[in-house]
Design a protein around this ligand. Structure first.
Ligand SMILES: Cc1ncc(COP(=O)(O)O)c(C=O)c1O
Length: 395
């Protein structure tokens, strides 16, 4: 099949809900991708943070290979060894909760919404407050919880019980909390909303408010989780502990997995029949996640994020100094970084693409630079050299 044939199949048979780059990829390894014509690309936005260890990490590939000839799927009314093993690790590595497995970030957030309903119904409360510019998924409930009208407006009528407040504004949250409020959901670093890092003091105040008012604090760590910020979970930077945390993306190293972890006493509300996922927590999915955890530990990837993140940040700051008229600021945590431009970022993303560097632009003018957590200094040099050339080419 050639490039044109691949694209024709999409045009003829795939629902066109995605904006396309025009690239057709057939192979990936670490930070690199190869297209159907054999051209090599440096990927600094691997799968929107899904391939967080880089493409086809050996630890994930080997785990999937071995498991796929043993047992791929077993229904959740039976047991298998790997789901409990993975849940135990996730629980011990975070705040000691219990886990529900699903297949995506939106599903993990749906599970969290349903759990808050179970918690709130007994108390006559149901309302969830989320942040403006947040992103929580595309199902009807999670898109409603997403504090960006452009995503939910076309889908009215929407589920009820959601409200929004500005991010990092404690006064606004305090005012918005009412007798019906059961939960607050926050991304500790907003991803799609423009790489906005929460203030430590803000999160501490939110945690205290939630405790005082018996409100559940949910951290959506779908994008920030699994090492991206330099800790296994981003909440660990801030000295606060959520009641519920949602994960996906890097968790499966490219394999579709989502998880909701909830404080044990809350988790117990989800008894038999209350929630389910046919595919959730399959043997194949769980070994992929165990492979990711294994690589993070054996290859000291959290340390790598801290070192490589500091180096990448330094290089981005030097671009800011070199192009003060174009680069407004550098922001982010670990290898979840962004260049805020004084203009729309589409031209720069396209210029990078021409030079075979993949990055992303969100929120109009924020370039998301989110390489694999195993990124090397040489790859950072290569990427920032291309960014430099592309910034130099801007009129
Ligand atoms: C913070 C956050 N939550 C939820 C989601 C939705 O995840 P998924 O696309 O796997 O449903 C995303 C996706 O980008 C995300 O960044």
């Amino acid at each position: 099949m050639n490039r044109e044939e691949v694209i024709k199949n999409y045009n003829d048979y795939i629902i066109g809900s995605y904006t396309k780059t025009g690239l057709v990829f057939v192979k990936g390894k670490g930070s690199y991708l190869w297209d159907i014509d054999g051209k090599k690309y440096l990927d600094f936005f691997p799968g929107w943070a899904v391939s967080g260890l880089g493409h086809c990490h050996p630890s994930v590939v080997e785990a999937i290979k071995a498991q796929s000839s043993l047992l791929i799927h077993i229904a959740n009314n039976h047991y298998h060894p790997w789901q409990g093993l993975l849940a135990k690790k996730l629980s011990e590595l975070s705040f000691g909760g219990k886990v529900f497995f699903c297949n995506s970030g939106a599903e993990a957030n749906e599970a969290a919404i349903k759990l808050t309903r179970l918690y709130g119904n007994k108390r006559g409360r149901y309302r969830i407050i989320s942040m403006e510019n947040s992103f929580h998924g595309r199902t009807l409930a999670t898109v409603t919880m997403t504090g960006q009208p452009k995503y939910y407006e076309p889908f009215r009528p929407l589920p009820t019980g959601f409200g929004y407040v500005p991010f990092n504004d404690f006064g606004a949250l305090e005012k918005a909390v009412d007798a019906q409020t059961v939960a607050v959901i926050i991304e500790p670093v907003q991803g799609e909303g423009g790489i906005n890092v929460a203030d430590r003091e803000y999160l501490k105040k939110v945690e205290t408010l939630c405790k005082e008012k018996d409100i559940l604090l949910i951290f959506d760590e779908v994008q920030t989780g699994f090492g991206r910020t330099g800790k296994l979970f981003a909440y660990q930077h801030f000295g606060v502990i959520p009641d519920i945390m949602t994960l996906a993306k890097t968790l499966g190293g490219g394999f579709p997995v989502g998880a909701m972890i909830a404080r044990k006493d809350i988790a117990e509300l989800m008894g038999p029949g209350t929630h389910a996922s046919t595919f959730g927590g399959s043997p194949l999915a769980c070994v992929a996640c165990l492979g990711v955890l294994d690589a993070i530990e054996k290859e000291n990837l959290l340390e790598n994020v801290n070192k490589a993140g500091a180096y990448l940040r330094k290089k981005l700051y030097s671009l800011k100094e070199k192009y003060p008229g174009i680069v407004r600021r550098i922001k982010g945590l670990g290898v979840m970084l962004a260049i805020e431009l004084d203009r729309d970022g589409a031209e720069l993303v396209n210029a990078c693409l021409q030079k075979r560097l993949l990055i992303n632009c969100t929120h109009g003018n924020v370039l998301r630079i989110m390489p694999s957590i195993a990124v090397t200094g040489e790859e950072i040099d290569e990427a920032t050299k291309i960014l430099d050339e592309c910034l130099a080419g801007i009129k």
